[in-house]
Design a protein around this ligand. Structure first.
Ligand code: F6P
Length: 493
């Protein structure tokens, strides 16, 4: 499916209703810098996937205006047409106070729900104060949706766990509005979820949706199991739906993806070649050295320390590799106001120092840890320089770095090491699948990636590329809207 096909599907399903997309993270962030205003694309799998869809379909995207220059570039209502040079949709920014951002985003969303939904042994913290702020901010988003809708028919497509209460809030105000939500992170089993003091309210909020999507069927089952025990409702496992107050919420798996074709075109642009030269110069690398590349937000779910430890172990076990391999880690700072993230950053600094101290020579540094927000073209350049891309998430709903890497390898080469605990591992069986908790195994797999002959690399890459080409992000969007069409027209029995 292509952008135009998706556009047709959405216009058929919405039957003239305007599309409103709602998320916490905005598609572009405007930041003040010495030279004026800089436009950044956030390091977010959600933005990677949703932006091409909204660009293709049009409508309004409502999101938190989090950039220091965001207010400078919008109109008096907080709106801006995007892309700025050729607008295809409207971004409506919602302004939050520091206290709201603190309680809703850093607090309830990322100190409670995020660790609750990811099995990585990071304990969630629940605070009633954060919960109250989360509720208030969800209401702020409801007000923005209702203002945008006016009296018009609209279809609302909500993203992620920051806005779990929004579907119910919209339905209470406007029962006629069709509400779809996609949950971009895993959903845990019911034993895990039930420790949340606000479990029932969160479930009630989500059951305001007409259609609720997860990446994989396992999360759908976990969700229905949680609903079954966690809130008064009727769960129908035959049709995968849950009734609350007589109204159904359909629950479906839609594995998210990327704009395969566009990435393939963009990676061929001269700017990517320039970025590659820039990187190699900055790193003092020659083309002959094999690069292992990681590109992640600095998040404790991403398994970055495990990746470093395994690389260290590979060098210990195979000293002949010294000077022949480098691990380049693009590390986008993320959520650094949260203690667990600050600790992770400290741990990473220590680990990088230790590994480099142990192995470095006068002319070679084994680990290059590049802590910065790299733009889209720089990330593509890093993928293209990679002999191996390393994705070692301890738990990840999908992981779009894996799919972006595969899409960028129009040269047909490159190896993907991929954690079994990502949604992407279900589709990319030709990656080298690993358990990132098993450092010995990870080190062995890194070594076998180093040694893998070109024809084996190409065979694997060809299969992965065929898979991502077929299941691109437009197909993902198309399946969601087609499913909405099918389920919303169901006679409820
Ligand atoms: O990919 C999951 C996700 O939660 C996205 O929805 C989110 O935008 C991304 O991680 C990055 O996190 P943040 O928006 O907090 O920077």
């Amino acid at each position: 499916m292509r952008a135009n096909d998706l556009k047709k599907v959405v216009s058929r399903v919405s039957a003239g209703a305007k599309l409103i997309v709602v998320s916490n993270r905005e598609p572009v962030v405007h930041e003040r810098v010495a030279e004026g205003v800089k436009v950044l694309r956030p390091a977010s799998g959600m933005v990677t996937a949703i932006e091409p869809i909204v660009r293709a379909v049009g409508g309004t995207w409502i999101a938190h205006g989090s950039g220091s220059a965001d207010r400078l570039v919008v109109d008096e209502r907080g709106r801006i047409g995007l892309p700025q040079d050729d607008p295809k949709y409207v971004l409506q920014r919602v302004w939050l106070t520091r206290a709201e951002e603190d309680g809703y985003y850093y607090g309830l969303s990322n100190t409670a729900i995020w660790p609750l939904c990811h099995h990585v042994y990071t304990r969630p913290h629940f605070s009633r104060r954060d919960w109250e702020t989360y509720r208030c901010v969800n209401k702020r988003f409801r007000d923005a949706v209702l203002a945008e809708a006016g009296e018009e028919p609209v279809i609302v497509f909500i993203q992620d766990y920051h806005l779990a209460l929004l579907p119910r809030l919209i339905k209470e105000a406007r029962p006629d509005i069709k509400v779809i939500q996609f949950w971009h992170i895993p959903w845990p089993n019911r034993e895990t979820f039930r420790i949340c003091p606000f479990a029932e309210e969160l479930l009630d909020g989500l059951l305001g949706n007409d259609l609720l999507g997860f990446h994989i069927q396992y999360y759908c089952r976990n969700f229905l199991g949680t609903v079954d025990r966690g809130i008064e409702s009727r769960v129908d496992y035959e049709q995968f739906r849950a009734f609350r107050g007589g109204r159904p919420t359909y629950v479906r798996a839609f594995p998210i993806s990327v704009d395969y074709e566009q990435i393939g075109q963009d990676v061929e642009s001269p700017i990517v070649g320039q970025q590659m030269d820039g990187f190699l110069k900055e790193l003092g690398e020659s083309n002959g050295r094999k690069l292992f590349v990681g590109a992640d937000r600095v998040d404790y779910t991403k398994g970055i320390p495990e990746r470093l430890r395994a690389f260290d172990m590979m060098l210990n076990c195979h000293p002949e590799l010294k000077s022949r391999v480098t691990l380049v880690q693009l590390a986008a700072p993320s959520r650094t106001h949260i203690e667990a993230y600050r600790k992770l950053n400290d741990e990473l600094d220590d680990l990088v120092d230790e590994i480099n101290w142990r192995h470095q020579t006068e002319t070679w540094m084994p680990v290059r840890f590049l802590r910065a927000h790299y733009d889209y073209y720089a990330v593509l350049a890093a993928y293209r320089m990679a002999h191996v891309a390393v994705v070692t998430s301890l738990h990840d709903g999908m992981n779009l770095v894996a799919k972006e890497f595969v899409s960028s390898r129009t040269d047909g080469d490159g190896i993907l090491i991929l954690s079994k605990y990502t949604g992407a591992a279900r589709e990319l069986a030709d990656a080298l699948l690993v358990n990132p908790y098993d450092i010995d195994q990870l080190a062995d797999v890194m070594y076998s990636a180093y040694l893998m002959p070109e024809d084996a690399r190409r065979q694997r890459m060809e299969k992965m590329r065929a898979r991502v080409a077929k299941s691109n992000v437009y197909r993902w969007g198309g399946r969601i809207f087609e499913e909405a069409e099918r389920t919303l027209s169901h006679k409820v029995s």
